[in-house]
Design a protein. Structure first.
Length: 125
């Protein structure tokens, strides 16, 4: 029966309209849609794990809890202003030899941060 076959195939697809990806096990969505939905619903949690993973990849220390991070991003306006280009906001480590700890992080524009990084690179200390 043709109908049954079609239904079966559809069952393995992502529930998102127009998405043709195969859904993940124990989920109605594919990995892409699940990630996108999580990002939309939990922007701070998403950013937290993203920044933390980046820090770990660059072998920087990290001691910020989710609560501390939430406090930081909401009080600084980071969530609204963040981005990758010049006048967007980035998280700067005040003392670049220290990791991401409460009291060692501040918000800085991307361009200011890259100037600072350049100065630190040139600095012999
Ligand atoms: Zn999908």
């Amino acid at each position: 029966m043709r109908h049954t076959t079609e239904h079966k195939t559809r069952k393995n697809l992502c529930a998102t309209k127009f998405c043709r990806n195969t859904r993940e096990t124990r989920s109605s969505l594919c990995s892409k849609c699940r990630k996108r939905l999580y990002k939309e619903r939990h922007p701070v949690q998403y950013t937290y794990s993203y920044v933390k993973a980046n820090a770990r990849r660059r072998k920087k220390e990290w001691s910020l809890t989710m609560e501390e991070f939430l406090d930081f991003v909401t009080s600084t306006g980071y969530m609204i202003g963040k981005g990758r280009t010049g006048d967007k906001l980035s998280i700067d480590r005040i003392d670049h030899r220290q990791g991401y700890h409460l009291g060692n992080i501040q918000v800085m524009t991307v361009s200011a941060n890259s100037i600072k990084a350049q100065l630190e690179k040139d600095c012999p200390f």
